[in-house]
Design a protein around this ligand. Structure first.
Ligand code: MG
Length: 390
């Protein structure tokens, strides 16, 4: 690819962030890192600074920033300015030296940074689905106003993006996001009530962080992706379907108005969509294993079971309600998943908490950033209240 694309990576030490670093390493100068941000992993950030020498970095946790500055001083490492806090993140996202910002921050924390990048006229490679789930209207309005692009990194949305290319909404009948179905796809509702955290963390096809792995087991991840797709591709919810496909080989499908169906296939590895987002609109050779369809043999499909996986239905409902509803859904789910990972509630408790918080929420339509963050905060408190009651 042409050399000299300059990028900022937010969430550099998380699961997608680490995969992104691998991709950038392999691109051998195809992307020059101008900035890196992480929450609090000082060791990992220090190593990244020594490898990539970015002019600026940010540690979101201020104490981590202090520790990093000390570490750099002790080791005589110079040349990287260390920013801190959410303000530092916003500043890093708008670095004049960058063309593209890849946001891989888990949760809504990446939202102000993405808005900052868009306002600064940068394209955003987006891995943090919460940004569009919680503030899709706001972000897409800013994207249109600034004439920049959101390039999806989520594998399903990357697949749709690759299939659609420059086709307009009027040529698309429906899109189908594929779902692996998670580890409990074939389990009875009865048995699902007894699953442990370890069971839920055993994802059949994708290797991801713990939060998203639990979301894949409840199908909330797919629900959030439906909302994300609604904003990215400007399609109403009845034109966004979900189909369970356990092999995770077809990453998503687009049905055009003439009945032709386009699909994007590949081995399930996040490095594919990450690299495409960084090289778009070009293709750059990658060393990932090739897809061997003959050895896979069969591809299976089935409809999702909304009864056993109520989170998917809850997400469609929140998406259709719009306004602050998706932000509240997302925040309640985050608290519930955290409680499940800490063995404080059962697996079945996740959709229950989400449902209770959604029921108690009064939706604000057309929310601004402050109203979204306030709804997020309210939902977290409300969900925590329910946790304490049970
Ligand atoms: Mg995905």
């Amino acid at each position: 690819m042409r050399h000299g694309k300059r990028g900022v990576l937010l969430g550099a030490t998380g699961s997608v962030g680490r995969s992104t670093v691998q991709v950038i390493r392999e691109m051998e100068g195809g992307l020059v890192l101008q900035g890196l941000a992480a929450h609090s992993n000082v060791d990992a950030m220090f190593k990244l600074i020594q490898e990539f020498h970015p002019p600026a970095v940010c540690m979101v946790a201020p104490e981590a920033a202090r520790a990093l500055r000390d570490r750099m001083q002790d080791a005589g490492v110079e040349g990287s300015r260390v920013l801190d806090g959410p303000e530092g993140l916003v500043e890093l996202a708008a670095l004049p030296e960058a063309d593209i910002v890849l946001c891989a921050i888990v949760g809504i924390g990446g939202l102000p940074a993405v808005l900052s990048a868009v306002d600064a006229g940068k394209d955003v490679a987006l891995a943090s689905k919460e940004v569009l789930v919680c503030a899709g209207d706001l972000v897409m309005r800013a994207v249109a106003a600034r004439g920049v692009r959101i390039i999806p990194v989520d594998s399903e949305h990357s697949a749709v993006f690759q299939c659609i290319q420059h086709r307009g909404e009027s040529e698309i009948r429906k899109i189908y996001l594929t779902a692996s179905g998670g580890p409990f796809r074939t389990m009875s509702g009865e048995r699902m009530r007894q699953v442990t955290v370890e069971d839920a963390l055993r994802h059949p096809s994708w290797n991801m962080g713990p939060k998203i792995t639990i979301d894949s087991a409840t199908l909330m991840n797919k629900g959030l992706e439906v909302i994300e797709a609604h904003h990215l591709f400007r399609l109403p919810f009845d034109r966004i379907g979900v189909i369970v496909h356990p092999q995770s080989v077809i990453h998503s499908l687009v049905e055009l108005v003439d009945g032709a169906v386009l699909a994007q296939l590949g081995v399930p590895d996040m490095r594919h969509p990450i690299q495409y987002a960084l090289t778009y609109p070009h293709r750059h050779p990658a060393s990932l294993p090739a897809l061997d369809l003959a050895s896979i043999g069969a591809l299976e499909f089935e409809p999702p079971d909304i009864e056993r996986f109520p989170c998917l239905g809850a997400a469609y409902q929140a998406g259709r309600a719009g306004g602050t509803a998706p932000a509240v859904l997302n925040a309640a789910n985050e608290v519930a998943v955290g409680a499940f990972l800490g063995s404080r509630i059962t697996f079945a408790g996740i959709p229950q908490i989400v449902d209770r918080v959604m029921q108690a929420h009064e939706v604000t339509t057309g929310p601004n950033l402050e109203e979204i963050l306030r709804a997020d905060d309210w939902a977290r408190k409300e969900a925590t209240k329910w946790l304490l009651k049970d």
